[in-house]
Design a protein around this ligand. Structure first.
Ligand code: SF4
Ligand code: SF4
Length: 385
């Protein structure tokens, strides 16, 4: 829901019992079986006292980073998307739209490989390619194009997939809204916000302007290791839900073993006091939280305090900083020459070799370590080191 629509809802929100706006529900679910997921969604929504749905137009936004087979766990699973649609239909929601915009895609993109488009056809809801119609939102860093459908519906449901993320450490509710920005406009934002701190600030501004009304997180199978596109499957076996994106992200990132304050969207989000003033306000319901926390989940190393101090020093020595920063490494033998990384790189740091049309050339000095190329490469030809 956009800021204007939110202003109309302020009184409703303030009158809403605050314990429900800080509640995160976590329930065990071992498989993508609609008969198992649907009752959990019903339970989570009832316990969270989610907004009335009857007659409301709803936008459902899964995470479709790349249109890949669901077994690669880069996308919200189609059975999970179907369960959310069936839940909304059971509550007599009005028109339901499903949409997203991967990093790079054709103008009338339909997510067929991920199975999400087939779910839309099967359930009779409309797929919306976010690149088709856009509007601008004004953020502190300037105007940003977003899918206009978000302004045309009554409610915005976010369906993140729990994954690691090379730049941000973790991707969940706050990060999922980045997909509202159509295709290559996302890469431009990486060029404007060149560090994980700057990107966290941008993502929080976007979420303050367009806040999801409810979040159902697919963590039945999560992604560990080099996410969000090239990590490995991890059987977390959970479904999470909340009306509060920050509370949900703090809980989900804690479950996979992070100190949640090492994730910049969490620590900066808490400072803003919009969704929470303290971690202690979060109420977790469902499975026993202590039992849920994993110690074997492969995480992305976060910047520790000494590294932050070193970074302050290195800012004054750009050459040294460039050599020490994590950067992509290209495996030329695996490269298919698809040019996806070239098209998405916001600073033109990658080119095709003039000697070989199937080989990429990387200009390390130009690279801003946004890792968009790593996210988008479907041939596992880019690592981060
Ligand atoms: S590195 Fe990956 S994304 Fe880039 S051209 Fe090669 S296969 Fe395509
Ligand atoms: S080379 Fe990759 S990591 Fe570096 S700026 Fe380009 S897209 Fe980002």
């Amino acid at each position: 829901m956009t800021q204007n629509a939110q202003n109309d809802m302020v009184d409703t929100f303030q009158n809403h019992d605050s314990q429900f706006t800080k509640l995160v529900c976590c329930y065990s679910c071992a498989e993508y079986d609609i008969d198992k997921i649907l009752p959990l969604l019903e339970k989570i929504y009832t316990e969270s006292q989610g907004p009335e749905l009857e007659g409301k137009a709803v936008l459902v936004k899964p995470n479709i980073l790349l249109d890949e087979h669901p077994d690669r766990v880069a996308t919200t699973h189609p059975v999970f998307v179907e369960a959310v649609i069936r839940f909304l239909q059971s509550r007599k929601a009005g028109k339901i739209f499903v949409g997203d915009s991967p990093g790079f895609h054709a103008p009338l993109f339909k997510p067929r490989k991920s199975g999400v488009y087939e779910v839309c056809e099967k359930t009779g809801v409309e797929w919306v390619c976010f690149g088709k119609n856009t509007m601008s939102v004004s953020l502190p860093s300037g105007k940003v194009p977003v899918a206009s459908i978000v302004n045309e519906v009554d409610l915005f449901f976010s369906l993140p997939k729990l994954k690691t993320h090379e730049l941000m450490g973790y991707t969940g509710a706050i990060k999922n809204s980045f997909g509202l920005i159509p295709h290559l406009h996302k890469a431009k934002q990486h060029a404007f916000h060149r560090s994980s701190q700057a990107m966290a600030s941008f993502l929080l501004n976007l979420n303050e302007s367009i806040t999801p009304d409810f979040i159902f997180m697919d963590a039945v199978w999560a992604m560990e290791g080099p996410g969000p596109g090239n990590g490995e499957r991890y059987p977390l076996h959970l479904v999470l839900g909340s009306a509060n994106p920050l509370a949900l992200d703090i809980i989900a990132s804690s479950i996979i073993g992070y100190n949640p304050m090492d994730i910049e969207t969490n620590s900066e989000g808490l400072k803003r006091k919009k969704w929470l003033t303290s971690v202690d306000e979060i109420v977790v319901k469902g499975a026993d939280f202590e039992q849920l926390v994993r110690t074997d989940f492969k995480l992305i190393p976060r910047v520790s305090t000494w590294k932050m101090s070193l970074n302050i020093v290195l800012k004054r020595v750009p050459f040294l900083r460039n050599s020490l920063e994590r950067k992509p490494v290209f495996y030329k033998k695996r490269c298919a020459g698809c040019k996806a990384c070239i098209n998405i790189c916001p600073v033109q740091a990658i080119h095709i070799s003039p000697k070989s049309p199937k080989k990429v050339v990387f200009a390390r000095k130009k690279c801003i370590s946004c890792f968009c190329c790593h996210e988008i490469c479907q041939y596992n030809a880019i690592d981060i080191s």
